[in-house]
Design a protein around this ligand. Sequence first.
Ligand SMILES: [Zn+2]
Length: 138
Amino acid sequence: MTGLSYEQMLDRLYAQIPKRSLEKERFEFPRVEAFVQGPKTYIRSFVQLTKVMRRDDPKDLLKFLTKESATSNAIEGDRLVMNGKFTEKQINDWFMRFLEEFVLCKECHKPDTHYIEHNGIRQLKCEACGAISPIRRG
Ligand SMILES: [Zn+2]
């Protein structure tokens, strides 16, 4: 992937996500790039990252990050600005936890999922294997 910018790499990954597939490979999420400037932490290409995880509406992720970091955040352009200084490792750990809890199918570990409501409880329905898994919180 040499010669590609980080943004191009994300676009390419997004384009490669099969809408429906029987492949067994585990979903590989790109490393999240973040940097601290003054009292704030900036996450690069945040909007594209939410598309890679097929969550065009990032409200759950924003809520999740607010809880984990115990600070507020805001989308600015295609970046996410978090109030406070956080390491890239912390942020990657949060993204991985979010993926495991809210995005990846518990059965086949694919990201081809969406939310359904059952008896007022939100669950994850997998489009690849059809499994329905509980979401622990949210
Ligand atoms: Zn599945």
